[in-house]
Write a protein that binds this ligand. Structure first.
Ligand SMILES: *Cc1c(COP(=O)(O)O)cnc(C)c1O
Length: 363
């Protein structure tokens, strides 16, 4: 018997949890916030009025609709979810990743994704006691290394493969045919994470049903509703009905259901905002490309990955912060992102300030 007191956290907390550091969110008060892929535009006055009117009539003494029925109907329509597919709602898509991991965890099970990839896949794998396999992308252009993925799937037999499409933090879309090859060769579930769907024309949504092991995950966070915390999973009933058993009752609160439903009714407002972000992405990309010492990677998302000259990323990140602009420092997170920064597209004015400040820091 080990010697420990009954209050000893060091004894009871699993080693892999003690080894984690909590997800860090930088303080951005008073800054131009270009670090977290948020939509910089707020709701127009008319919609805001309609919203507060609805909220004023809403009672919160009762639990929310447990299934979110009306919201799901609305999402099915607006997001073109095929009629024969099931939908599960999550408190952000992060919660959906956690539900999937919980459902698939167990003796020696693993999650496979790519590196660099979305950090929550690995973190949640650890929370839920799964092994995590991150297969390196190709260094030149962050495309899939298909032979390496096929080999790793064969070797580790992962219960689930997550692919973000477009990928975060690199911003690119993977080759569609290669993704299909991954789906066809995977031993288990494949989740296509379309968090950045509003910023690209490509999707796997219409392929649902073509493969028994394909599900598509989306979120309303990046389209402009990050504060509501709402994501969803669409896919075959065989998978979704099982995941549904792990969803905590009432995970989508009344205010989120009501607000998201209203936003979906007025999705043209958000389509217009995300179209502006896409235009601004081109503006920022062009400006950054002209700066000496920066390598700019193509993006189908609402952010741009750049690589600075050798050893400059940390300095540029800190000096931008001094000038009141917060971006994401990726250098140090994984070897392939050496000297890398990630810049979220903001409003036109914010982007112009970023471009002006960055131009003075890169030479
Ligand atoms: C932001 C992001 C998410 C998480 O979105 P939430 O719905 O806000 O939890 C999921 N996947 C990827 C790839 C993301 O970039």
């Amino acid at each position: 018997m080990e010697n420990h007191s009954k209050n000893d956290a060091q004894h009871w907390i699993r080693q892999e949890i003690r080894d984690l550091s909590a997800y860090h969110v930088a303080d951005a008060s008073g800054m131009i916030k270009l670090d977290a892929m948020e939509n910089p535009y707020v709701w127009p006055g008319e919609l805001r009025q309609q919203w507060t009117g609805l909220l004023a009539q809403t009672d919160v003494n009762r639990y929310p609709d447990p299934s979110g029925f009306q919201l799901k109907q609305q999402l099915r329509q607006v997001m073109n979810i095929p009629a024969d597919m099931e939908i599960m709602l999550g408190n952000g898509s992060d919660e959906i990743i956690q539900i999937i991991a919980l459902a698939l965890s167990g003796n020696g099970r693993s999650i496979l994704s790519v590196d660099p990839g979305f950090v929550m896949y690995k973190m949640i794998a650890t929370f839920c006691g799964l092994k995590y396999i991150g297969v390196p992308l190709r260094e030149e252009d962050f495309s899939l290394d298909l032979p390496a993925i096929l080999q790793a799937m064969d070797q580790h037999q992962p219960a689930v493969v997550f692919l973000a499409y477009p990928n975060n933090p690199t911003g690119n879309l993977f080759d569609e045919q290669q993704v299909i090859e991954v789906i066809e060769a995977a031993p288990g579930l494949v989740v296509i994470d379309e968090a950045y769907a509003p910023f690209t024309d490509d999707t796997f949504m219409h392929r649902l049903g073509q493969y028994d092991n394909l599900v598509v995950m989306r979120t309303v966070s990046k389209m402009g509703l990050a504060g509501l915390r709402l994501g969803f999973l669409a896919g075959p009933a065989d998978w979704l009905n099982e995941f549904e058993k792990l969803r905590l009752p009432y995970n989508i609160n009344t205010l989120t259901q009501l607000s998201a439903h209203l936003a979906m009714e007025h999705h043209a407002v958000f389509d217009e905002q995300t179209a502006r972000i896409r235009e601004q992405r081109t503006v920022v990309n062009t400006a950054l490309t002209q700066m000496q010492g920066l390598t700019v990677y193509p993006s189908d998302a609402n952010f741009i990955l750049v690589r600075t000259a050798d050893g400059q990323a940390k300095r540029i990140h800190a000096e931008l912060k001094d000038k009141g602009i917060l971006i994401k420092l990726l250098h140090g997170s994984t070897p392939m992102l050496k000297d890398c920064l990630r810049i979220t597209i903001g409003t036109e004015e914010e982007n112009q300030q970023l471009i002006a400040s960055l131009a003075t820091l890169t030479q």
